[in-house]
Ligand binder design. Structure first.
Ligand SMILES: Nc1ncnc2c1ncn2[C@@H]1O[C@H](COP(=O)(O)OP(=O)(O)OP(=O)(O)O)[C@@H](O)[C@H]1O
Ligand SMILES: [Mg+2]
Length: 372
């Protein structure tokens, strides 16, 4: 790959080539980031993920930033870090979170992003903003299409193509206009092997993992499609990817939704917070596309480009196909979940392993609430 020319300098050389909104990335000094975040004060903390903590900050020019401070690093990965950041900084799409730059001083590795004032989809669906009901149906539809557009760009137009590996509600951020901005793409492969929490991160998050990815550990585009399907169901229903029925019994969102869809009870799938205010055709479309994306067999999943078209409803032919898919004609839960496949066993195993992380994240979600 022709990386040489990409790394000659830290800024785009031709300013006129950039759109008005596009910003050049730059290298930040640690001193500047200390000043912006009040020395990484606990009060500035937005949350914590697999890589480390994220802090809110304000630069000298008044602009707001989110600073991700990586907690584990190895010497070997040092070069890769800047190479990767430089690639990601060149990815420009209206539905992807823009990187503003990075800082690599001593042992410290930090990534600087635009701050997203409406935080994450997670905070609106299940977290600190969920009671405020900011997500009416139009906004949800716009978020679904926008996030799909962003992922489709990563899969098909970014150079090199990027597989996200961790599509989930906390990685879909919302700008001041509630437009979706997909975050945290492309970093998973930088993580050195053999570090426990990092291994967990590379494998994704409980409830969003494609079964074959759980078994073989190899990410490809269709794993992102699976995770996006779970995210769509979550967005339409307001439910979590995994629901605890009893302390020991759990149910996945697909197991809950599929029978309702087969019985055409879409009104029962819709988030009660919508109070019945949604466009029926759109809700049906979102839920059916979601289930198709989250099919246990990767070959049955659509591509992200198909998903964008289906969600936008631009192709009448594809919409008609969606209605005809056997999956929705009869209850085929066994086929859908591929219960005989070894992948299922394996994903059960990994799900258990991941449970503690999910719970940890939920705790963190609560802590966020106190932070703001
Ligand atoms: N630019 C941003 N603006 C506002 N909030 C952000 C921004 N970046 C991250 N966050 C929030 O900070 C929290 C921590 O983010 P982080 O990405 O570290 O963890 P995560 O998304 O929960 O998990 P993962 O490590 O798998 O991405 C999340 O709630 C996330 O939504
Ligand atoms: Mg994240």
């Amino acid at each position: 790959m022709a990386f040489g020319s990409m790394f000659c300098c830290g800024k785009f050389s031709d300013r006129s080539e950039r759109g008005k909104k596009q910003q050049a990335w730059r290298v930040f000094s640690l001193k500047e980031l200390h000043a912006a975040t009040n020395n990484f004060n606990y009060d500035n903390k937005l949350g914590e993920g697999g890589f480390g903590s994220v802090y809110w900050g304000q630069l000298w020019d008044g602009s707001q930033i989110a600073v991700k401070r990586l907690k584990v690093w190895s010497n070997k990965a040092e070069m890769e870090f800047s190479v990767e950041v430089e690639i990601l900084a060149r990815v420009q799409h209206k539905n992807l979170l823009t990187l503003r730059g990075y800082c690599a001083e001593g042992q410290e590795r930090l990534i600087i992003y635009d701050y997203m004032p409406n935080l994450s989809l997670l905070s609106h669906l299940h977290g600190q903003h969920s009671a405020e009901c900011h997500l009416d149906w139009n906004r949800r539809m716009k978020i679904a299409v926008g996030a799909a557009d962003g992922i489709a760009y990563l899969h098909n137009q970014a150079t090199p193509h990027i597989i996200h590996r961790d599509i989930k509600a906390s990685n879909v951020l919302l700008d001041s206009d509630f437009q979706a901005r997909v975050a945290d793409f492309g970093f998973a492969k930088l993580i050195p092997d053999g570090v426990t929490h990092v291994t967990t991160r590379v494998k994704g998050t409980l409830g969003y993992l494609a079964p074959e990815y759980a078994m073989l550990g190899k990410a490809n585009k269709s794993c992102d499609v699976y995770s996006f399907g779970i995210l769509l169901l979550e967005l339409a229903s307001g439910r979590k990817p995994i629901e605890k029925l009893t302390p020991v019994m759990k149910r996945s969102i697909t197991d809950w939704a599929l029978p309702l869809v087969c019985e055409r009870k879409f009104d029962e799938v819709a988030d009660p917070k919508l109070k019945g205010k949604y466009v029926e055709e759109e809700l049906k479309r979102v839920v059916m596309v979601a289930l198709l994306c989250a099919h246990s067999r990767p070959e049955k999943r659509p591509t992200m480009l198909d998903v964008v078209e289906l969600l936008k409803g631009t192709s009448k032919e594809k919409l008609a196909e969606l209605e005809n898919i056997e999956l929705f004609k009869a209850l085929q839960v066994a086929d859908y979940n591929d219960e005989t496949s070894p992948a299922e066993d394996s994903s059960d195993f990994i799900s258990e392993e991941k449970d503690s992380k999910q719970e940890l994240k939920e705790e963190i979600g609560l802590r966020d609430e106190n932070d703001h």
